[in-house]
Design a protein around this ligand. Structure first.
Ligand SMILES: [Zn+2]
Length: 102
């Protein structure tokens, strides 16, 4: 996970360098639109990873507190199948559905 994040950060700084380097003649650069697409793709991926890492962090503190696998909303156990699919789930399937439908 952390290695994956490191690779994304490396790609991001590459993209930043390429971006600031070619900024002056962006409009005449045929690579311009491609770079913009890569840029937004990378920053999007980075955001996802940050969220994922935060959720894993929370899951780890719940393991320490002994509340891992218990729904933070209703206090019922989160199903094993759900935890397998989403190990850092904070809500049981019922509460997750309720939140998503809002
Ligand atoms: Zn629940």
């Amino acid at each position: 996970m952390l290695a994956r994040q490191g690779r994304v950060d490396a790609s991001l700084s590459d993209a930043r360098e390429a971006r600031s380097g070619g900024q002056a003649d962006d409009e005449h650069d045929p690579e311009g639109p491609t770079m913009a697409a890569t840029w937004s793709q990378l920053t999007g991926l980075h955001d996802d990873l940050e969220v994922e890492l935060t959720e894993i962090d929370h899951a780890l503190s719940r393991i320490e507190a002994g509340t891992y696998g218990v729904c933070v909303n209703c206090g019922k156990p989160i199903g094993v199948a759900r935890l397998r699919a989403r190990p850092y789930a904070e809500l049981c399937i019922d509460c997750a559905k309720a939140v998503e439908s809002h």
